[in-house]
Write a protein that binds this ligand. Sequence first.
Ligand SMILES: Nc1ncnc2c1ncn2[C@@H]1O[C@H](COP(=O)(O)OP(=O)(O)O)[C@@H](O)[C@H]1O
Ligand SMILES: [Mg+2]
Length: 259
Amino acid sequence: MTATPAELPARAVLQATGLTCTIGGAAIVSDVDLGVQDGELLGVIGPNGAGKTSLLNLLSGLLPATSGAVQLDGQNISGWSPHRRARAGLGRTFQTSSVFGELSVAENVSIAAQAFLGGNLRLWQPATRIRGRSERAGAALELVGLAGRAGIAAGSLSHGDKRKLELAILLAGEPKVMMLDEPMAGVSAEDVPELTELIGRVRRERGATVIMVEHHMDVILQLADRLAVMHHGSLLLCDTPQVVMADATVQEAYLGGAL
Ligand SMILES: Nc1ncnc2c1ncn2[C@@H]1O[C@H](COP(=O)(O)OP(=O)(O)O)[C@@H](O)[C@H]1O
Ligand SMILES: [Mg+2]
């Protein structure tokens, strides 16, 4: 059973404190305090250029913070490289599709599983490691419904199936926190409901904590326990979808226009 927000323990798995990134004198993310609780799905909304992707980049370490801190499970990971953060359980997908088109679906996931387990891509490996990798990859493909297409080139998948593959690549690393940057981007309208259902199922079955940036309000309202609203690099509001949607400032700033 999925925990409702009221039942969630008040423990932030991922916590940003005063997170700020200034580039060329402009604050692209400004003094963001944001905690994501264990098992919750936090939706991040806001118009183009609001700083949503930059926030994920700061959390995953791809963008260096000018000031502020990030904690994962109570540990300060602020100075950590993206790779170290990923190994610690902080996984993410990207706004634009990022699969290796010429490799097979299975190879794409297998490489991700290998990267998680560590070591180089070598011909000789201990059997336990190979088993670990193929089991993780197989389980991830099964979960997203691509197990039957494991042998085909990833480049020949539809946009919707590429998004599923990106989820499988993410899942192969067994992340504690999954950050999804516009998982519906480029997906045809008829594939959106299936992908929405899949994200909900992945989250339930893996018990993962999720931060999801998404423009589709119907998708975010279906999945999110709480909504964070970004505006000009600042966090305007973070509350239940009901409170956020009823907020006058949010309505004025977004619902009449950009979203
Ligand atoms: N590496 C960067 N260097 C300079 N400006 C950047 C960089 N990354 C993002 N920005 C700027 O920061 C702002 C927020 O961008 P972004 O985080 O991509 O917004 P969103 O994902 O909400 O659309 C934009 O004005 C963008 O041009
Ligand atoms: Mg973005």
